[in-house]
Design a protein around this ligand. Sequence first.
Ligand code: 2M8
Length: 450
Amino acid sequence: MRPEDIIARAAAVLRENDMGGWTRASPTLYPHQWSWDSAFIAIGLAHLDTGRAAGEIRSLTEHQWENGKIPHIVFNPDAPPESYFPGPEHWASAANAPDAPTGPATTSGLCQPPVHALAALRILRIAEARGEGVAEARTFLGQIYPKLLAWHRYLATARDPEGSGLVTIYHPWESGTDNSPRWTPALERVEVGEIPDYERHDLGHVDPSERPTGYEYDRFIWLVEVIKETGCDDDVLYEECPFLAKDVLASAILVRANEALLEIAEVVDAPKVDWATLRAWIEQGRAGLEECWSPDLGLCTDYDLRAGEPLAARTIAGFAPLIAGTGREDHLRDLLRILDSRVFTGNPDLRWPLPPSTSPHERGFRPRSYWRGPVWPVMNWLLWWSLQRSDERKRAARLKDYSLTQLSDGRFGEYYEPFTGEALGSDDQSWTAAVALDWLAEDGSGEEPV
Ligand code: 2M8
């Protein structure tokens, strides 16, 4: 496929998944609006229509919780009950949680990594580069700013009562990298109680070898039961949730999102006290990530608060300091060395030198299984964006070029088998189409000044 054909196909995928003001994550497997998917989708959409891109974020934040949480799923009221599990019926009891929003649409009680401020700022920058819709983009930022500030405040307080600078999660779904070996030891420590009978609709859409196992799903569903039972109360969950972990990838994204929000604060002329708060959160986030450095792995590692020990695993999340654009010089050098080495992109058996979500050297690596090995275009985008901002332009360009080669099959796969390059999971995945559009944008907005 030529670049212009990729652009046309990617735009068609986003059109096809447009549900009228918001975008489903994929046509069949994911018929609802997912939080961090929407942020990436908005970045892609901005190259087609900045107003529609702003609408994507706006529609998501209409379902923000009273405590500032942006829910991980906003359920599509028109999706049939057998299309996704756990769907709105399953989460319905969480709708009674004191902080849940009122209104007809149900949301899940979880959250996902906070990419939203990055997307919101990107919308303005893309409008500026195109010389179109700049005033509207500024108005949008003015409207969205307080909501994003409340969201970041929720993460910095309810999700970090220790003031560590690191985001706490109650469920692997909150990390977005659900069955990654990052969480295996913590998940193994979870004792499953009584769970309702359930049917996995995902297995009707995708080959089971590409999805999490039954063992993992039982734990996922049990944790949902525990979380619902507490009314999604953060204080109680801190005490009682059997899975409680510090997530370095979400924390790194939060550092970047706080930087973006600081820029937005300037655009919308926010009170100076907010600027100081945002600066403090950025510093705290950087310091927290520094604490998670593993000299043995040359990567950053998550932390199991329940067990009181690091979760050592060689996964894409280990590049968190690179993504946050922070850390000691020697650590950043180590990260680049590991990225280029056989542990990640230098593995000679890879179809393309693109980072597998889990290193083939890791015990839990499975080349077809979701976050346990496949290459995820959306993660390539995040690394590409971070490398550019660290002035690693050559590495960034290489990552982008190979990613586009991977996507020239025109399937816009959710993830790809690292050794064969086969598209896996869902086809026509919205965020994959979105990052392709951003990579191929000719308005110059992709090459952000560092
Ligand atoms: C995947 O997660 C959902 C649960 O949230 C699932 O497997 O059913 C993950 O890849 C997640 O990161 C993503 O946001 C979601 C929709 O694309 O799918």
